[in-house]
Structures are given as C-alpha cells and as structure tokens.
Design a binder for this molecule. Structure first.
Ligand SMILES: Cc1ncc(COP(=O)(O)O)c(C=O)c1O
Length: 649
C-alpha cells in the first residue's frame, strides 16, 4: 500500500496515512528524510529516495532484542552523508550559476556534536568535498589534531578564546604540516601567534574575526554587533595589518571570518552579514593582505517546525537560497572591486548534524484531566440545602451545558469553584464537598470542551480548554539530558509516535519527563501556524509499549545535556542502510550506568557497595533483617550500580 492509501482504524473510522503525515507535518520538516509506511510506522529515508527506507519501529524492536532499552538516540549515518552532499551540491550549483572562480568547503564546528563517532563520520563523508573541521577550545583542537593524521590538506579553523599553549599547539601543528588557521578573536592573540611563530620558525596562516556592525536579529543576535563577545573592531584590524606589514607578514593574513549568529531565521540577515564581510575582504586585499579565504561562519538554519517562516524554530529560506546568496554577494563585491574570488568557507554545524539523529523513548503512563465523572446520585439538586451554595451552583453549571450556553456555563463553573475553594480555606467546606467540587468542575469543563469540538467555530475563551484538559504522558527520558534546548531556549523539535500511525490519535497530551523538576516537560509542539500546546497521541494500551520519537536532535543536544537527577547519557545506536536492502547496526554505545554518573559526581564508587554491605550485615546481626532480605538488598544494589540510569519497566 502506498503512503497515500487509506487505512482503517480498529474503531472503524476512516483515517489515512496521509492524515497522519499532515497532522504531524512530516513532509514539511522532514525534508524527504522521514515518512510513514502502510503499517503506520515512521520510516527513515536516508538518501530521501522511497526505495531505500528503514522502518523505525523495526529498529526499536531490533534494539530491544539486543537488550538496549529506550531511551535511545538513533543516528542515521547515511543522513549525515547526505546532508554533507546536499551542502556541497548547493554551493557547487551556486558557484556554477555565478561563474565564481574559486571553490567552497564547509568546516564542521565540532562543538555542535563532539561525539567521536559523529565527528569521525563527518570527517570521513566530507572527504570527497574537501571539508574540514572547526574547533573552539584546546580539547577540541587536540581531538582534531589526531583525527587529521594523514589528511594534512583538510582545513582546521581555530576559533574561541586562546591562551599561549593553545596557540603554541596551533603553530606546532602548522609545522607538522596541517592546514590550520588560528582566527584572531581578540587583539592580544596576535602577539601570541607572532611570538610562537618566531620561536618555531613557522610562517603561520592567520585569520581575523570581524566584529560586524549590525547586530542582526533572533536569539543569537549578540554573536555580532559592537557588543559581541568576539571579533576585532575595524581600528584593531587596521592595527593588525600595520603590525603584519611591519614584520613583512601581510601574506600570512589569509582568512577573514564572521559569525552572524546561529539558526538565522531571516535570509536578509545572511545577505547583510556576508555583504559587510565581503567588503572587509576586498578592503584588506587592497591593503595588501594575502587573503585566500572568506569564512562566513555558522548560522545556516534548520526548519524545525517546517513552516518556512521567519520564526525562531524555522527559517524563511532554503539551503539553495542560502548558498546562492552567499556566493552571489561575495562574487558581486569582488567583481565590483576587481579583487580575486576567495575560497568560501562556512562553519555550518546545525544544518549538517541536526537531521541525522533522533531520540526515542517509551511512555510509562498517563494522567487524564477529563477522567472525572460524577454519578447522577452525587449531583446536588437546586434546592438541596445540605449542599453549600457554590456546590449547587457548580452542579447547575454542569447540568446546563448546551451548545448555546458554553461560555456562560464555563464562567459559572469557574466562579462557583473559586467560591468553593475560598470557603474551604475559611474552614466552611468539608473535604468531601471539596472533592465533589473538583469532580464537578472538571466534568463540566470536559462537557463544555466536547460540545465546543462539535461547533463550526470555537469561541476564543474556550480555546484554552484543550490545553487545560490535555493528558499528561509520562515519558522515560530527561529533557535536561536529551533535549536541553527545549528547556533552556524553548526550541521546538518535531515529535511523532513511532508506530500506530494508521490509527487516528484520539488523545491530546503534553509530555512530562522522569526528572523531579516541573520544568521537565514539553508543552509546545510544532505547527505550521503558531505553536501547538498539545500533541495528538494514541490512548495507551495495557501491556503494550508506546514509543515516541523526537526528530532533528543531532545538533547541540547531546553535549549540552546535563545530569539533572543523575540521568546520564542514553544508549546510542548507529544505523546504516544495507547495500542489499534493509539496515544494520554499525555501532552501539551503551548509555551511562549509575556507577559512571556517581563517579562524575566524585563518589568513590568502590566504597559504595562495601558501605551498604556492612550495614546489611549489622542489620542481620541485630535481627532487623533476615539473611535473605539482606542478600536481596545487596543484590539489588550491586545490579543497579551497573544498571542504566533510566527506568526499565
Ligand atoms: C564561531 C561559530 N561558528 C559556527 C557556529 C555554528 O553555527 P550553526 O550551528 O548555526 O551553523 C557557531 C555556533 O554558534 C559559532 O559560534
């Protein structure tokens, strides 16, 4: 059956796979990498062709069969390879269209996902295009210096704050033969470069980060502008040129760089920044600098919500438009000024890594706000004197719900409940009556919501009822560990059930994680217009797993995650397409054990078990525990120390 064919839900309602694709907006944000098959399972199409797809539910079952329980991060290396190719192809096309007389290379900023396996794959798949790597700290530099063994021509761009030993390492790496460029981010770094270059007799390649004049817009707008943390003022750049000229080293100034901010939503921001940088390039060339590279930084966005708009979780341009804008701007400035076309570098991180990785977790249970029922016998009549007035008012609101009186009944119910709660606080209402008020109120709201759903147009005041009455699905993961940007900066990520998509999802829910933190929740979801406050999900079935997948999590989430409540790294699996069809698991990285996270926190893990064991033996000696009980506790403790930090139902 094709994607488009209708499926029958077990309930008999007509619900098609196309409805599910529509509801979760998969074609909009999936960019061809994700869809749904006839079985109602999410499928992954690593090279966006329909003939090579991987059934995600099958992958989850395959992992379970290997004792890898959810939560698990699943990385599709073939998507990573495809993203790199797409980036290369977009620039190749723009270069051809603009008759640009130089080439393009991306340098992957490894801070976007420093996991060794990811960086190694980017490095491997980027080889045919001559892509390089970007580092922003000493440890990042150390990892990249080793990785580029045998590939001295691959570019390494060094950004971030640099001390003397960072720069010494860069100079020595130059001597080793690496194509490495330290980017001067603040003026003091220049002296260090010159000193170490002289000590080791190296003619260094030097880059300079330009403080762009305009601040731009969006969440990362302060990456540029006068008050930005990085970059040299024009006066300092001119001073740098003067210093290099005096030392006869102007040819060493090889790269100009800017970083206009991450997740640029608006193409105008890209155009402005690149235009400004291209003029700086042309000016410096005319001052005699030996510039070869123009580095336009990061910022190429990811359309997380698929809306294609100037919204923080989206972008109002395509990859092709980005490449075309960058190349066209640089070409036109260079042509106008009669200077050579430089090699174009971008430090695109998010756009390379986001799509290839997704997080899958299981739902542990749910609580529904619309579950409250009031048997007719419990509902007080209008003249029932033993029920306090607000309780009778609430009962009246409950009875009166009708399509014409929805807003009025909602107001009456709210007012009656408020009065009842006031009376309770004054000691004038019993706990039994408070319980009845609770049930009556939520049952009234549910009645109103259900009636409103049948209207052609829902009155504005009742809009909130869907969110207020939504279920909470308790999910086996930590927002802080696996989706930190969802918590910290309200980043939206698409979330879709992995299976049962041939069934109409009958519930609306928000998600709560298993941390003991009220912030550990997701209550904003992607939508083409605005954001949605609830996610459509299927009712849970007893004894059956229900898996959800969060998509586009390959950038920034893994390394920014933290150990809140000591929930550690999740398991990771690298899934590859098989040449002969199907898929296989290339790598499994087991998640943190309790031992490991306790060790991070400076516990002497070797001492934990003996301490508990001593106490157990004392309890047996004193008769507080039987030997069997003590052994059970010791065994539990030992097993859990080596166990996964997440729930294993
Ligand atoms: C200097 C620099 N380059 C590149 C990037 C990567 O940006 P993005 O992931 O938006 O492409 C960043 C991230 O903010 C950055 O600070």
């Amino acid at each position: 059956m094709s994607d488009k064919k209708a499926a029958r839900t077990p309930g008999g309602n007509s619900w098609s796979i196309e409805d599910a694709l529509d509801l979760y907006q998969i074609p909009a944000w999936g960019k061809g990498y994700f869809s749904i098959n006839a079985a109602g399972h999410v499928v992954v199409r690593p090279d966006t062709t329909t003939d090579r797809e991987i059934d995600l539910h099958e992958v989850v079952q395959g992992l379970l069969a290997r004792d890898l329980r959810t939560p698990v991060v699943v990385r599709f290396s073939d998507i990573l390879a495809h993203r790199l190719k797409r980036l290369h192809d977009a620039f190749a096309q723009a270069i051809a269209e603009n008759e640009y007389r130089n080439r393009y290379a991306a340098v992957f900023p490894i801070k976007v996902n420093q996991q060794r396996l990811v960086v190694e794959e980017v490095f491997r798949y980027g080889k045919p295009y001559g892509f390089g790597l970007e580092v922003g700290s000493k440890p990042e530099l150390l990892s990249v210096m080793a990785m580029t063994e045998g590939s001295p021509d691959r570019l390494i761009i060094c950004n971030g704050f640099k001390d003397s030993s960072y720069i010494e390492a860069v100079i020595l790496a130059t001597k080793l033969g690496r194509t490495i460029i330290p980017v001067v981010e603040n003026f003091a770094e220049l002296a260090l470069i010159l000193r170490h270059a002289e000590t080791y007799g190296v003619r260094p390649r030097i880059g300079v980060r330009v403080k762009l004049a305009s601040e731009g817009s969006g969440r990362w707008r302060h990456s540029a502008g006068d008050r930005s943390k990085f970059g040299l003022f024009t006066t300092e750049i001119l001073e740098l040129v003067q210093v290099l000229r005096e030392r006869d080293m102007l040819d060493c100034l090889q790269l100009v760089h800017c970083h206009p901010g991450s997740q640029l939503q608006d193409i105008r921001r890209v155009t402005e920044a690149i235009n400004e940088l291209a003029h700086v390039y042309a000016e410096l060339r005319s001052l005699g600098a030996g510039l070869k590279y123009i580095d336009v930084g990061g910022g190429l966005g990811v359309d997380y919500d698929g809306s294609g708009t100037n919204f923080s979780s989206s972008m109002n341009y395509t990859l092709a438009e980005y490449a075309s804008n960058v190349v066209y701007r640089i070409a036109s400035v260079c042509n106008e000024r009669g200077v050579e076309h430089p090699m174009i570098i971008s430090e695109s991180g998010r756009a390379i890594a986001a799509h290839h990785s997704l997080l899958i977790f299981d739902v542990l249970g749910c609580s529904a706000m619309d579950r409250f029922e009031v048997p007719p016998g419990d509902i007080p009549g209008p003249r029932q004197r033993d029920a306090p007035q607000p309780v009778r008012d609430l009962a009246d609101a409950f009875r009166s719900v009708s399509p014409r009186r929805l807003v009025e009944c909602y107001h009456d119910a709210q007012a009656a409940r408020d009065q009842a709660l006031q009376m309770f606080k004054l000691g004038l209402l019993s706990l039994q009556h408070r319980g009845l008020v609770e049930r009556l109120y939520w049952a009234t709201c549910t009645k109103i919501r259900d009636a409103a759903r049948r209207l052609d147009e829902i009155p504005e005041e009742l809009d909130e009822l869907e969110a207020i009455l939504s279920d909470t699905y308790f999910c086996n993961f930590s927002v802080f560990q696996s989706l930190p940007d969802s918590w910290a900066i309200d980043q939206l990520f698409p979330i879709v059930p992995v299976h049962r998509l041939n069934e109409q999802p009958a519930r609306k829910a928000v998600l709560a994680d298993i941390t003991c933190d009220s912030d550990g929740k997701i209550d904003r979801f992607v939508s083409l217009r605005d954001t949605r406050r609830t996610l459509e999900l299927h009712p849970l079935r007893k004894g059956e797993d229900y898996f959800l997948a969060v998509f586009l999590v390959g950038a920034y989430q893994e390394t920014l995650g933290d150990l809140h409540n000591l929930f550690g790294d999740t398991h990771v699996a690298h899934i590859r397409l098989h040449d002969e069809g199907g898929w296989w698991i290339e790598e499994i990285v087991k998640g943190d054990t309790a031992n490991k996270v306790l060790e991070y926190m400076e516990y002497d893990v070797a001492e934990l078990y003996p301490a508990l064991s001593r106490d157990c033996e004392r309890a047996v000696r004193d008769g507080r525990m039987t030997l069997a009980e003590s052994q059970a506790l010791k065994r539990f403790y030992e097993t859990e120390l080596d166990g996964y930090t997440y729930l294993e139902p």
